[in-house]
Design a protein. Structure first.
Length: 233
């Protein structure tokens, strides 16, 4: 927390005021969940999720006082859609997306906004992921995230223009949103909303009735990213 406060103070000392913060620091410690160590979990959560909080919290103190400010956090498709071998990273990035939506509600009344970017970019962080990772997932019957195969050619600089846009006055009324950004593409991602519902008019569902309706109506035809594979001997 002292480090996050020091970052904010350094900006104030250098520029005299703080108008925007962008929190994109991160690390990877990829491993299947049944092999993941506590240290691999804790370190990724600490850098991504608590690291984001430590900077944003102290920036929000300033933004509340001056009644203005822009917060741009970095989520990931791994956290929003799921990616095999990234339980720690996905949890942290999903947490950042949820955290950003809450900050947007906390700070909007003070003239500050908070939005999140899910980038596709080849960076120092992703350089440690072996090229065969997607092939291993495919062999295990686990679907990769769309665009994973193109990650090696995605330039981080392509994410910068939209980051600057979100930090500008042009984005004054954009708050609590998540955007997918890569190459020349910027997509507004949909908010989680009810897609399909079943109703029981007599209160609590009886399990036998619920099981039939849930299977035949509620979950009919939904996508399974990792179906059961034949055992190999």
């Amino acid at each position: 927390m002292e480090g996050g406060e020091a970052i904010v103070q350094a900006a104030l000392d250098s520029f005299g005021r703080l108008d925007a913060v962008v929190t994109c620091a991160g690390i990877l410690r990829d491993r299947m969940v049944f092999n993941m160590t506590e240290e691999e979990w804790d370190s990724v959560i600490a850098v991504h999720l608590k690291g984001t909080f430590s900077v944003v919290k102290h920036a929000c103190i300033i933004f509340r006082q001056q009644r203005s400010g822009r917060i741009v956090t970095f989520s990931s498709e791994s956290g929003l859609m799921g990616n095999s071998g990234q339980a720690n990273y996905g949890a942290a990035k999903s947490g950042i997306a949820g955290f950003t939506k809450v900050v947007a509600r906390d700070m909007g009344r003070y003239g500050a906004t908070a939005n999140s970017i899910a980038p596709r970019a080849n960076t120092r962080m992703t350089a440690g992921v072996p090229d065969a990772a997607s092939q291993i997932r495919a062999q295990a019957g686990v679907a990769s995230i769309e665009g994973e195969e193109d990650l090696s050619t995605a330039a981080p600089d392509d994410v910068a223009p939209f980051t600057v846009f979100l930090a500008s006055d042009y984005a004054a009324n954009i708050n609590g949103q998540t955007f997918l950004v890569y190459g020349g593409t910027v997509s507004l991602l949909s908010q989680p909303r009810a897609e399909r519902s079943i109703f029981h008019g007599e209160g609590r569902w009886p399990l036998d009735v619920l099981s039939k309706q849930a299977r035949e109506v509620l979950t009919a035809g939904i996508y399974n990213p990792a179906p059961v594979q034949p055992s190999r001997r």
